[in-house]
Design a protein. Structure first.
Length: 420
């Protein structure tokens, strides 16, 4: 009995005790960890950040080659409907007046007018008809070039034929009697006078001369470096040397004191270079050379280069010779007759009116009236496309101060290309 009473008292005490569980007052407070100042021994893990690669600007030439020529449709439009000219041979600008253009007439006058507001009649810039000879289809006033500093000195240069041969002269704006003759050379025949003149990026005056005429270069002038004929000449018009009214650039190929070579010669072996131009972006001098009776050609002119005439006509053998033909520089492009029979050199187009033509060399043919675009890639591999087949007698091309291209029709009008 006693045992039973003791067990009942024990059960009662247990049932009256609090529920077992953690007591919040029995927990220890959290321990604050002090911040550790970094020391030299402290390792700081790097964080990942986006690093932008520096932008590499592409050159204009790189951009050009990324956008090769892809022709679209083209047409020609009359650039100056109210105007016509007397046997026009060339159009250019003076680098001083951006709206002015000058047209060279074979008969001796240079006309000038505002291209953006052409009048019904134009002014005569200078009249040289009293001193030129027209005794031959290829004679007359043939070339015009304005000095690179024309806006400062008013100097310009002309190429014309007189009774004896070719004349290259310097003149001053507004002074028709100011002519100073720089260079003359005889022409044995009436044809193949060349006649184009232009200043290069180096500031020197370049002159194109034909082989003297007749047929087949019977006097072998083109291969004779002691003759002015069949050449590209180069002179320094800003200096004089001895009795010369000009100086010879130091790096002209025959400026070495050997008397049998003419120091003015820059390149040779040409038949009748009819219009050359400088592609300054590609650093090229491009010349069209009229063929004999089978092939027309386009050449990239190099200092001291021999282009093969009259041993070669383009890429074809013309005469037998013991000369090593491997020394000749081959044309960059040719076409055979009857596709065309008299090539007219043009310009590499860097205007804005015809974006598809940008960087393309535009040239034509005087006889067939065809117009082509020649693209040269970074390796100078040519890609040629016919743009138009016209009725024009394309005597020349020209560009204005905005690098826009003009087609000169010997029949009296001036046109522009327009992409459709």
């Amino acid at each position: 009995m006693k045992i039973i009473i003791i067990m009942m008292i024990s059960l009662l005490l247990v049932s009256c005790s609090p529920v077992a569980g953690p007591d919040p007052y029995d927990e220890e407070p959290p321990v604050e960890v002090p911040a550790v100042e970094p020391t030299d021994e402290t390792v700081v893990e790097p964080t990942e950040e986006t690093v932008e690669e520096p932008m590499v600007e592409k050159s204009p030439l790189e951009i050009l080659y990324e956008n090769p020529f892809s022709p679209v449709g083209y047409s020609i439009v009359d650039a100056f409907p109210s105007l016509s000219f007397d046997q026009p041979l060339y159009l250019t600008h003076d680098g001083k007046n951006p709206n002015k253009v000058y047209v060279v007439e074979k008969t001796g006058k240079i006309k000038v007018f505002d291209k953006d507001s052409p009048p019904d009649s134009v002014d005569v810039f200078v009249d040289l008809s009293d001193r030129i000879s027209l005794n031959g289809n290829e004679k007359g006033l043939l070339g015009l070039a304005f000095h690179p500093k024309y806006s400062e000195n008013g100097l310009y240069f002309v190429y014309y034929t007189d009774q004896e041969g070719s004349v290259i002269s310097r003149m001053t704006e507004g002074m028709p009697d100011s002519e100073t003759i720089l260079l003359t050379y005889n022409q044995p025949y009436s044809n193949h006078n060349g006649g184009h003149i232009a200043f290069g990026p180096d500031g020197y005056l370049y002159i194109a001369s034909g082989d003297g005429g007749s047929s087949g270069d019977p006097m072998n002038n083109a291969q004779d470096t002691g003759s002015y004929l069949g050449k590209i000449l180069r002179i320094d018009v800003d200096n004089t040397e001895g009795e010369l009214a000009y100086a010879i650039p130091e790096d002209n190929p025959f400026n070495n004191g050997e008397s049998e070579n003419l120091r003015e010669v820059y390149a040779y072996g040409l038949r009748n270079p009819w219009r050359f131009s400088f592609d300054e972006l590609r650093a090229l001098l491009i010349t069209a050379d009229v063929g004999q009776n089978k092939m027309e050609e386009i050449n990239l002119i190099e200092n001291g280069g021999n282009y093969g005439w009259n041993i070669m006509e383009g890429t074809l053998d013309y005469t037998q010779s013991s000369v090593d033909k491997s020394t000749f520089i081959a044309p960059i492009w040719t076409y055979e007759h009857p596709i065309g029979k008299s090539i007219t050199g043009g310009y590499t187009y860097y205007g804005s009116e015809n974006p598809s033509l940008y960087g393309t060399y535009i040239y034509g043919d005087f006889i067939s009236g065809k117009i082509w675009g020649l693209w040269l890639d970074a390796d100078q591999t040519p890609d040629n496309h016919e743009l138009l087949d016209t009725e024009l007698m394309i005597s020349s091309f020209g560009i204005d101060a905005d690098s826009e291209l003009y087609l000169i029709d010997y029949q009296g009008k001036i046109y522009k290309l327009r992409e459709n």
